[in-house]
Design a protein around this ligand. Structure first.
Ligand SMILES: Cc1cc2nc3c(=O)[nH]c(=O)nc-3n(C[C@H](O)[C@H](O)[C@H](O)COP(=O)(O)O)c2cc1C
Length: 371
């Protein structure tokens, strides 16, 4: 078994086990609407077993930047419909990543200049861009009142319904990388004393309620979940990640989810477990009943080895998919990869987005003219 062994993911027969990992690309049009260029970008990568889109905010309150895509207005839903149609036309499958950033936002981005919301009034000690593009420390967020939480869960439910209307094959709930759900889950950012804070059972409640709401819209077999319990990205910390995640995985099994997408990078990669943290993938592999996607710094050999050893069912590649629209073909042939151009990761336009060549385009342009 390797990356090229087909896989049955819920109702979908995937031709390979390469997942295109979610990547914010900051290239939306007015109103945070995906454009025709977005459709081209994803369609170019349709040979992935599964594409997971860029993180897409579920409400204005859930946004981190002025240029990320949304899924809460009719125009955004229509923009995404164009993307899903292009991917399906090219033979691919695509899940939308549902995103609420919680405390990782500036007042300049929030509706009416309000403070961003979070489980507790604890600031993430990092800098992000304001609406006008300067890097500034994040503000101390406002703790959500317990009466507001059903409303936030409803934002997820409505966004999930919009994703259905937009023709996606499923959704991935973004519970990783220090955003809202992760802020509830880990005790470094959740200091609540009500039923959403304190014990791991209480901290996992928000995650499980969101998952239940989204699974009701889609059916669990078309819902995935993204987690990163061992990284400290966005100033995250938990005093006992194994216990917290054990409780969460136990609760999640109830929903018959398609997959758990775990960011736990290979040693030495940026998303590797923070210093002193044990890897949780082996434990989650045993506990979680759905498929397991591993992510973080994987290359051809390490991905094939993880699949062959049964450590994962699928592997997601982010940066390498960004730079190689035909990544499955390149890995199949063990061909060289295009290098990613980091300067164009988050700027607008086609450069560094839709202009990375496929192997075939490279060989055609290198062939001498026979006339
Ligand atoms: C340009 C860029 C944008 C990213 N945006 C997201 C995102 O929107 N959602 C997410 O969950 N992870 C995001 N990530 C993290 C990747 O999905 C992935 O976890 C990380 O790049 C490690 O995987 P890799 O070594 O295969 O690149 C982003 C990474 C990059 C490089």
């Amino acid at each position: 078994m390797d990356l090229f062994t087909p896989f049955q993911l819920g109702p979908y027969s995937l031709p390979n086990r390469l997942v295109m990992g979610p990547m914010t690309r900051s290239r939306t049009g007015p109103g945070n609407v995906p454009t025709a260029l977005t459709a081209t970008y994803y369609a170019q990568r349709a040979s992935a077993g599964l594409i997971v889109t860029e993180a897409t905010h579920i409400s204005p309150q859930g946004a981190m930047s002025m240029t990320s895509s949304g899924i809460h207005t009719p125009d955004q839903t229509a923009g995404w419909r164009r993307v899903t149609a292009a991917v399906h036309e090219a033979g691919g499958r695509i899940f939308l990543q549902l995103w609420h950033v919680g405390r990782i936002s500036h007042t300049s981005i929030q509706p009416d200049g309000a403070l961003p919301v979070a489980p507790s009034a604890v600031a993430a000690r990092c800098e992000k861009k304001t609406a006008s593009g300067e890097m500034r420390p994040l503000p101390t967020p406002r703790a959500l009142d317990i009466d507001e939480i059903p409303g936030v869960i409803d934002q997820y439910r409505r966004a999930a319904a919009n994703a259905r209307a937009a023709g996606f094959d499923g959704v991935e709930i973004h519970a990783a990388n220090g955003f809202l759900i992760d802020q509830f889950l880990r005790d470094g950012s959740n200091h609540r004393t009500d039923r959403y804070g304190g014990s791991a059972e209480n901290r996992a409640r928000f995650l499980l309620e969101v998952t239940e709401a989204v699974a009701k819209v889609w059916g669990g077999e078309r819902v995935g979940l993204h987690l990163s319990p061992t990284t400290n990205f966005n100033d995250m910390f938990d005093s006992d990640p194994a216990h917290t995640l054990g409780v969460a995985a136990d609760g999640l099994n109830e929903f018959g989810l398609a997959y758990l997408h775990l960011v736990e990078g290979v040693p030495g990669s940026p998303m590797a477990p923070a210093e002193g943290m044990a890897r949780l993938a082996p434990m989650l592999r045993k506990m979680f009943r759905g498929a397991l996607i591993l992510n973080g710094g994987y290359a051809r050999a390490s991905a094939n080895a993880a699949i062959a050893a049964g450590q994962a069912d699928l592997i997601s590649f982010a940066v390498n998919f960004l730079a190689n629209p035909d990544l499955p073909e390149r890995l199949r042939r063990d061909a060289p990869l295009n290098a990613p151009d980091r300067a164009t990761f988050y700027i607008g336009g086609a450069k560094g987005y839709t202009d990375y060549p496929t192997l075939e385009q490279m060989t055609t342009s290198a062939r001498p003219n026979s006339d």
